[in-house]
Design a protein around this ligand. Structure first.
Ligand SMILES: Nc1nc2c(c(=O)[nH]1)N[C@H]1C(S)=C(S)[C@@H](COP(=O)(O)OP(=O)(O)OC[C@H]3O[C@@H](n4cnc5c(=O)[nH]c(N)nc54)[C@H](O)[C@@H]3O)O[C@H]1N2
Ligand SMILES: Nc1nc2c(c(=O)[nH]1)N[C@H]1C(S)=C(S)[C@@H](COP(=O)(O)OP(=O)(O)OC[C@H]3O[C@@H](n4cnc5c(=O)[nH]c(N)nc54)[C@H](O)[C@@H]3O)O[C@H]1N2
Ligand code: SF4
Ligand SMILES: [Mo]
Length: 705
């Protein structure tokens, strides 16, 4: 028997592709992009095109496992564990949680999850109910996008913007800290279409990405200096009268204060910080304001610097002062995730914390896991439950994270598909399904479609979905609230049963039939409606004032600059700690992995060259380093052995390396051994791109005889 099932890619990627899975006799035999999805357009990225290798990998965790070897010192794979039953594992985990809660309080237990799946139920439903009812510490999930979110919302009030389909109408496109070929490949066909009609593509990125190589104009910028560039552009636009006075007066507040502020950012001064010449800044500003429609694809690279909140804020002001939101093919996209209007409270049930503790539980920032495991008191963390995440690879200050995970008194449970860096420190591993093996509802942060991800095959081995694991754990704990018995369909119905007008006519059955549905922006029931959605053409900002806030009283109240400003990151060439180490490190993502996911699969490994330190000729020569030489990259936090690649991807003063599993990297450590737990100016996010290091030629280790 052969059939085709509609699913949706749940990985942490803006594209949220529609996926068609062919099933023959209960086994998936083919995966392809859904040709009827207007953004997926029938193709998948290289890594997910190989997804059958992931689902049917011989390395999958298929059964509950109990540790038998010492933490972090054994084989670092299945051999360190012994198979056990679900009943035994759940019983022991529940018993341990009860003891810890009795001795230390529920807050001694910490859930740790992020982007393993972004599907609605798998990312935040039964899990949240469980930890809220337990009175566990709350996790501040700030590792990725919180600075950008804070910056964007300080201007627009909501995470919305230009939909990908409208980029085909743009005539001027700025990819700003946006690695489109690597991280957002489904936007590319729309950009190509625009370019065929004469659009110019500008890339602003300290790293010469594949997108930069394809661009009409590439502007390498010094890391962490984007707020200066945006303020400098606004200096030129305003002083040359290129702004849209009508749009500004109707739909923004604080223009006078902005006008004053940008006087401090003349192009000559901005050039010194950014490394982009004054002439180029002027040209960029003039072209952006006059070659219409102009769209900005801002991505999260910009906000992984210490001043990332302010940078996002300053860039987000640009379409507000040129009035580009009015035009089809204008505006800006960072994230569109604020649109769907799903009812999430009922899924997450924060009220259950009240019955557990009588108050909201304390909040712990996931970025600071190292510090939290090693130093947090009152109560100290006694148990860690990891799912949807691989902190032993993705967390900054890796060596401190590992020191914490090694604590013999820490009880660690990891719900995973593979034996990752983090399972190396687990006391129990629980086997997790892939999206082929469970049903969920899929939202997106890079387009405006909701999708049904149907279950395509039976779970492999004894794998269970996140929903089913937390349902079973609640049962083992004796939690008897009815919410722990709700079915997947009931939860999906609940989320969709929202008064939000854009969800009118979209229900579970509709999605099960159609696979996807665009949000119903014009309120019609007509599925054919694809009129461009212009969220801010006539205002509609969701800030306290209802206008785009070029001056933000809320930021003033937090002691931040209420307009915007540039402060050099401490760990940067102009920063406070410039003297400590000379080179700025971009601790990047790999183009063919997804954060640390996929990095263990041989067929995907073949797509990506790993273990490289990219360095400019001038910096390499100074250190006697040639292409291919082994190098030691280090700072006060750690060190790493890599191979030098002298390839022109970075400017002098900047080096770059990519994320990988620590145990697949020489020396068993990864790039996060060098990154810090320093938080961003807004949103308490991570600063993966504000890191100083030194590099030296490594003495090749003599292999033992
Ligand atoms: N292939 C692949 N796709 C992915 C991911 C992956 O790991 N691999 N990760 C997914 C996730 S979790 C996310 S959040 C998204 C993120 O997608 P992006 O937002 O694209 O994130 P990054 O790759 O962190 O950064 C984008 C670009 O910003 C540049 N950059 C770094 N610092 C600065 C700066 O100070 N200024 C400017 N202007 N640019 C800077 C980087 O060099 C990079 O090329 O991608 C998702 N998609
Ligand atoms: N140096 C450096 N570090 C970074 C970044 C960077 O650019 N540079 N990027 C940061 C960013 S933007 C992000 S978002 C974070 C990402 O951090 P994480 O969200 O931890 O990302 P992944 O490495 O993709 O790990 C996800 C894990 O979840 C598992 N998983 C997948 N689906 C499921 C499921 O349904 N259930 C369960 N239980 N598990 C599942 C996968 O097998 C995988 O091991 O990393 C951050 N770390
Ligand atoms: S990772 Fe992104 S591009 Fe690749 S299939 Fe998933 S959603 Fe599409
Ligand atoms: Mo992310």
């Amino acid at each position: 028997m052969k059939n085709v099932v509609h699913a949706a890619c749940p990985h942490d990627c803006p594209d949220a592709c529609g996926v068609l899975i062919t099933i023959e006799d209960g086994r998936a035999t083919k995966i392809q992009g859904d040709p009827s999805h207007p953004v997926t357009r029938g193709f998948l990225c290289a890594k997910v095109a190989k997804y059958l290798d992931r689902v049917y990998s011989p390395e999958r965790v298929l059964y509950p496992m109990r540790r038998v070897a010492h933490k972090g010192t054994g084989h670092k794979d299945a051999r360190d564990f012994q198979r056990t039953s679900w009943n035994e594992a759940l019983g022991e985990i529940a018993a341990r949680f009860k003891t810890i809660a009795a001795d230390f309080g529920g807050e001694a237990i910490l859930p740790y999850s992020y982007g393993g799946t972004l599907a609605l139920l798998g990312s935040a439903s039964m899990d949240r109910r469980f930890f809220h009812r337990l009175g566990a510490s709350q996790l501040e999930r700030a590792i990725c996008s919180a600075a950008g979110e804070a910056g964007l919302k300080s201007v627009l009030g909501v995470k919305m913007g230009t939909e990908p389909e409208q980029f085909r109408h743009s005539r001027y496109i700025i990819a700003w800290g946006a690695n489109i070929h690597g991280n957002n490949v489904h936007l590319w066909p729309f950009i190509e279409e625009a370019r065929r009609a004469g659009a110019k593509l500008v890339v602003i990125d300290p790293y010469r990405t594949r997108t930069a190589k394809c661009a009409d104009w590439y502007l390498p910028i010094n890391p962490g200096t984007d707020s200066a560039l945006a303020l400098g552009m606004m200096h030129v636009i305003i002083s040359e009268g290129l702004h849209d006075a009508d749009y500004i007066s109707k739909y923004t507040t604080g223009f006078e204060q902005l006008k004053e502020k940008v006087k401090d950012y003349p192009p000559d001064r901005v050039a010194q910080w950014t490394g982009i010449s004054a002439a180029d800044i002027q040209q960029l500003a003039r072209e952006y304001a006059t070659k219409r429609p102009a769209a900005i694809r801002l991505n999260y690279g910009v906000q992984r610097a210490q001043g990332g909140g302010m940078s996002t804020r300053a860039v987000a002001m640009l379409p507000c002062i040129t009035g580009s939101w009015k035009e089809v093919g204008g505006g800006l996209q960072l994230s569109l995730s604020g649109a769907p209007g799903l009812k999430r409270d009922g899924l997450e049930r924060t009220d259950l914390m009240q019955s557990a503790l009588g108050r909201p539980a304390r909040v712990v920032n996931m970025v600071e896991l190292g510090k939290v495991l090693n130093t947090l008191a009152d109560p100290p963390i006694q148990a860690l439950f990891v799912y949807n995440s691989n902190p032993a690879a993705v967390c900054p200050n890796h060596n401190e994270v590992i020191r914490g995970l090694r604590r013999p008194d820490l009880f660690t449970v990891v719900h995973e598909q593979f034996f990752t860096d983090t399972t190396d420190y687990a006391d129990f591993i629980l086997p997790a399904t892939t999206f082929f093996e469970h049903k969920d509802l899929q939202t997106a942060y890079g387009h405006y479609y909701l999708q049904m991800s149907n279950q395509a095959i039976e779970p492999l081995g004894e794998c269970r979905s996140n929903v089913e694991v937390f349902r079973a754990l609640a049962d083992a704990m004796g939690f008897d609230e009815p919410c722990f018995r709700e079915s997947v369909d009931e939860m999906i119905d609940q989320a969709l049963n929202s008064p939000h007008p854009w969800l009118k006519g979209i229900d579970r059955r509709h999605l099960e039939r159609q696979g996807h549905a665009r949000l119903n922006f014009d309120g019609s029931q007509s599925e054919a409606s694809h009129a461009p959605f212009l969220p801010f053409a006539e205002g509609g900002f969701q800030t306290p004032s209802g206008k785009a806030e070029l001056y933000s009283p809320a930021l003033a109240a937090q002691g931040l600059d209420p307009v915007a400003e540039f402060n050099p990151p401490e760990e940067s060439r102009h920063g406070k700690r410039a003297a400590s180490f000379p080179l700025e490190l971009l601790a990047r993502k790999a183009d063919n992995f997804l954060n640390s996911t996929f990095s263990n699969l041989p067929s995907v490994q073949r797509l990506e060259e790993t273990g490289l330190l990219e360095i400019h000729t001038a910096d390499a020569r100074k250190r006697g380093i040639r292409d291919g030489d082994p190098v030691r990259v280090f700072n006060r936090r750690g060190e790493l052995l890599l191979r030098a690649r002298v390839n022109g991807a970075v400017q002098p003063g900047v080096v770059a390396a990519a994320l990988n599993w620590a145990k697949l990297t020489a020396g068993g450590s990864n790039i996060n051994a060098l990154t810090s737990e320093k938080l961003t100016d807004m949103g308490n996010s991570a600063t993966f791109y504000s890191v100083l290091v030194e590099v030296e030629l490594a003495t090749p280790t003599l292999s033992s005889t």
